[in-house]
Design a protein around this ligand. Structure first.
Ligand code: NAD
Ligand code: TYD
Length: 358
């Protein structure tokens, strides 16, 4: 089995769902259930013996050591993190605690577990750390896309904390020989994306008749990857990645924010026209820019394609259509997140899980 951290969040939940859809290897899923963790994302796994959920903190070394001992996973995939740049600007402390201290504690628990494994288990073991392209800093309009050799130049508390975690993972390989892999991915989008991030926020605000807040001039560029393609890249790196290496993951799909927002609006105009017949783009409002806002990210994912044969399956056009449709098809998920009732559901659900595993 494998141990996944942060598997109730956006990417982690998609990863767990896809993992169990493509094979039967069980997953122990450790998630602290912060505001970003939502067990409703994993609702379809209710009663599935292959999924074992544990509410817990990656910074709790004793808990992690106990879970490793009990379940003997062959790999750890670390998604757990504080992930929202704007929140990191308002309150960086949690980012340091989870992304830096938490990753350190997780690495230490993993190292002790790994060191005590018999030779075959030791050789097979993997620690895969999921990271971001934001560690590389910002690009000028004509700069080449980030390769794995790009300097680390993080600019936000979020990206600095992720950069620190990447460095720890690297050091645990060089110093202790830990079998680690790191992936640095561009912006994801898709089902179960918490509506504080650009794409889901625009969808839910548009449908609610609220303003669509575009920061600054809206010309900041991001590379966008459909979340299920990120999950397939992680599976591929876990299977065949070279130990100690990092792999950039991207969608070959750079777009300025305003173009993304206009595309979302156009899809909504087609799929769920406004009752008053107006276009959703009428709701776009330019607001004050984010402090220190990185202007452009772009990912060169050729290493992953060349060495491991991975390519994204979705284009932006197919992925964004599926995503908008998912939000239209799942109004209960959206409203539970908006009203906060997903937190009540989590406590009920968690009580049931506790009973089931007691
Ligand atoms: P998310 O915020 O949606 O989910 C994070 C999950 O981690 C939540 O379920 C939360 O409860 C859990 N968590 C937080 N602190 C924890 C702790 N101390 N112990 C255990 N669990 C904890 O984030 P996401 O968008 O799914 O991102 C997952 C990972 O992928 C992060 O490491 C992030 O840096 C990275 N990443 C995200 C993107 C993106 O576009 N979203 C892109 C590249 C990389
Ligand atoms: P976000 O989804 O927060 O991801 P990140 O900052 O990690 O790239 O933001 C994506 C881009 O969209 C980023 O340039 C900031 C911008 N943005 C807005 O213009 N308005 C918004 O309301 C949000 C949340 C983001």
């Amino acid at each position: 089995m494998i141990l996944v951290t942060g598997g109730a969040g956006f990417i982690g939940a998609n990863f767990v769902l896809d993992w169990l859809a493509v094979n039967d290897e069980p997953v122990v899923n450790v998630d602290k259930l912060t505001y970003a963790g939502n067990l409703q994302n994993l609702h379809s796994l209710q009663g599935d013996a292959r999924h074992h959920f544990v509410q817990g903190d990656i910074g709790d070394g004793e808990l992690i050591a106990r879970l490793l001992e009990e379940h003997q996973p062959r790999a750890i995939v670390n998604f757990a993190a504080e992930s929202h740049v704007d929140r990191s600007i308002h309150g960086p402390e949690d980012f340091i605690q989870t992304n830096v201290v938490g990753t350190f504690r997780l690495l230490e628990a993993a190292r002790h577990y790994w060191a005590a494994l018999p030779d075959a288990g030791k050789q097979a073991f993997r620690f895969l750390h999921v990271s971001t392209d934001e560690v590389y800093g910002t690009l000028k309009p004509n700069d080449p896309a980030f390769t794995e050799d790009h300097n680390y130049e993080p600019n936000s508390p979020y990206s600095a904390s992720k950069a620190a975690s990447d460095h720890l993972v690297r050091a645990w390989h060089h110093t202790y020989g830990m079998p680690v892999l790191t992936t640095n991915c561009s912006n994801n989008y898709g089902p179960y994306h918490f509506p504080e991030k650009l794409i889901p926020l625009m969808i839910v605000n548009a449908l609610a008749g609220k303003p669509l807040p575009v920061y600054g001039d809206g010309m900041q560029v991001r590379d966008w990857l459909y979340v299920k393609d990120h999950c397939s890249a992680i599976r591929r790196v876990l299977d065949a990645g070279t130990l100690g290496e990092t792999y950039n993951v991207g969608g070959w799909n750079e777009k300025p924010n305003i173009e993304i927002v206009n595309l979302v609006c156009a899809l909504l105009d087609e799929l769920r026209p406004r009752p008053d017949g107006q276009a959703y783009r009428e709701q776009i409002t330019y607001v004050q820019d984010r402090p220190g806002h990185d202007r452009r990210y772009a990912i060169d994912a050729r290493k992953l394609e060349r060495e491991l044969g991975w390519k994204p399956a979705e284009t932006f056009e197919t992925g964004i259509r599926k995503t908008v449709q998912w939000y239209l098809d799942n109004p209960q998920w959206v409203s539970a997140v908006q009203t906060g009732s997903y937190r009540d559901w989590i406590s009920q659900q968690y009580a049931q899980e506790q009973k089931a595993t007691a």
